[in-house]
Structure formats: C-alpha cells, structure tokens
Design a protein around this ligand. Structure first.
Ligand SMILES: *[C@@H]1O[C@H](CO)[C@@H](O)[C@H](O)[C@H]1NC(C)=O
Ligand SMILES: *[C@@H]1O[C@H](CO)[C@@H](O)[C@H](O)[C@H]1NC(C)=O
Ligand SMILES: *[C@@H]1O[C@H](CO)[C@@H](O)[C@H](O)[C@H]1NC(C)=O
Length: 275
C-alpha cells in the first residue's frame, strides 16, 4: 500500500529529471567540441567535463633559458585564440603569435571510472620535428576529491620522433570523480524501505495503542498479544530444535520406570500440536 502510493510519483520524478538532463546534455558548453569519431561513450566522457568549461587554465614552464606559457580550455577558445583548445606562448618573444597545440573542433574524449582523457588534434605544424606534422595535445584529467580544479601541469613534450608526437598535460579535478551516492544497491534501498516501514509501524501502532485504545506499559506496543505469542512460539521452536535430549523422553529410558511409558506419547503429541 505504502509502496504503491509513493511508487507512482517517484517514477514520474525520475522521468522528469532524466528529461531535463537530456535537455541540458544537448545544449551544454562541451557540445562546442567537435568529436572526431562521434560516439555515445565519447560524448558521455566529454559531458563529464562540463563543470570545467569557460575557464582558462594556465601554467608557466621553464626549461633552462626557455620559458613558455600554456593555456588550456575545455571546448572554448584558449587564451582567446579562436578554435584553439591548447596554446603555447613563448615568453621570450613577446608580441609573437601564440602557437596552437590543438583545436577543439578536432576532439577525442575517453573516460574511465575516475579520469577523462581529452585529445585535441590539428594544431600548428612542427617546423623541424616530427616530419612537420600537426601538433597534438593530450590532456589527462584525474579525479581528486580535495579540489574543484588543481594546477595545470605540462608533463612532457614528446617530439623527438618521426610522427605521433604529442604534448601531455595533466589536471586534477573533482568533476571527474565517480558519484558517491551511486554506490547504493537495490538491496540496500529495499532494506532502507523495510526499516522505514518498521519504524512507521512501531510509531504509528504505539500512538494508536496509547491515544485511541488507551493502553499502558508494555501493552502500548502494537499487536502486543500477537508478538508475545510469536515470541513464545519461537522459544518453543528453539527448544524443540536445539535441545539435544528431550526433557520428557529421558526419564522414559530409565529401565525401572515402566508405567509412565504408555502415557507419554499422547502427552508429547499435545506439545507438538501448536508447531
Ligand atoms: C555555457 O554554460 C553557461 C553556464 O555556465 C550557460 O549560461 C550557457 O548558456 C552555456 N553555453 C552554451 C553554448 O551552452
Ligand atoms: C581566457 O583568456 C583570454 C585572454 O586572456 C580572455 O580574452 C578570455 O576572456 C578568457 N576566457 C575566460 C572564460 O576566462
Ligand atoms: C577546424 O577549424 C579550422 C579553422 O577554424 C578548420 O580549418 C578545420 O578544417 C576544422 N577542422 C574540422 C575537423 O572541422
């Protein structure tokens, strides 16, 4: 009764929330990224980065004499450069146009339980390295519950080879952490409903017995007589199952006591009847 009453509205709510989510899904800021190979799983991985959109993430890298600043944005113009997801500016050559490492109209996204990997391709071509191929950025975003957004880090620039060169960038964020509440299994939900029903029964019954019936003391427990009976029957059952030696039977084995033997089967049957 209780279940069927609350079940209907609950279903409607779930549906409504899902509809709203779908609506948000289609128009969120991550949809500005163009996926290389459009697929459901890539779209889902990308969608997890929505809290990180509309922000410039910046880091300065010093390497001996050289000093570069990298700017990264999720599906937005990094450092204001149109179409660029990651850019690099040479701090020694101010005024020079930034180098585009990857474009967000050429995105790939992969997601694991506590990380999302973003790949921006189609950047500016290398001059001398990597057979002059186009630059590419791989951004690894890992779960860290202690921070909304951590510090951007350039891990390496892998460019001393013929092709498939890339810049590897890291970022920590709580945005890609798995949801904690999704750990509740159907079993524990059922258990919780059970406890709630029990509590409602106890409190409701208690109030009913006290206020309407006017019971006192132990009698205030709902269906007191019934539960006492259940308790007694359970005790009888335990007694019957667990006792290794029957209370009444044992005297019967005494060789001297011949008389009571005939009476006893009946007597024992009487005890078994309520079982
Ligand atoms: C991007 O997100 C903001 C809120 O953070 C929202 O107001 C805006 O409409 C979104 N833009 C697009 C293109 O979805
Ligand atoms: C990112 O940086 C550029 C250049 O500094 C700026 O024009 C742009 O408004 C910034 N975008 C955001 C979302 O802060
Ligand atoms: C991305 O945009 C640039 C210019 O903004 C264009 O040249 C390029 O073809 C686009 N790439 C894709 C895959 O759409």
């Amino acid at each position: 009764m209780f279940l069927s009453l609350s079940g209907g509205p609950f279903l409607v709510w779930t549906l409504a929330v899902q509809l709203v989510l779908c609506g948000v899904y289609a128009t969120d800021n991550t949809s500005r990224c163009t996926l290389h190979h459009k697929s459901d799983s890539q779209q889902k991985a990308l969608h997890r980065l929505e809290p990180l959109t509309n922000k410039n993430f910046t880091v300065e890298e010093k390497n001996g004499e050289e000093s570069y600043t990298y700017v990264f944005q999720v599906c937005g113009d990094a450092g204001g450069v149109p179409g660029a997801g990651v850019i690099q500016t040479n701090n020694k050559e101010s005024g020079k146009k930034p180098t585009v490492i990857g474009m967000y109209n050429s995105t790939q996204a992969f997601g694991g339980s506590d990380w999302v990997m973003l790949m921006y391709e189609n950047g500016d071509s290398y001059d001398a390295h990597c057979s002059g191929e186009k630059r590419k950025a791989i951004i690894m975003i890992s779960c860290n519950r202690n921070t909304d957004v951590g510090q951007l880090q350039v891990v390496l620039e892998d460019r001393d080879k013929d092709k498939e060169c890339f810049y590897l960038i890291e970022l920590d964020s709580s945005a890609v952490c798995p949801a904690l509440d999704s750990k509740m299994s159907p079993g524990s939900i059922l258990l919780m409903i059970g406890f709630c029903l029990l509590a409602v029964y106890l409190v409701g019954g208690f109030l009913y017995q006290r206020l309407i019936v006017g019971a006192k003391g132990m009698e205030q427990f709902p269906n007191y007589a019934f539960w006492v009976e259940v308790g007694n029957l359970t005790a009888d059952g335990c007694d019957f199952v667990c006792r290794s030696q029957n209370r009444e039977e044992s005297p019967a084995y005494r060789p001297m006591a011949t008389e009571p033997v005939e009476e006893q089967p009946e007597e024992r049957d009487d005890h078994l009847l309520p079982m």
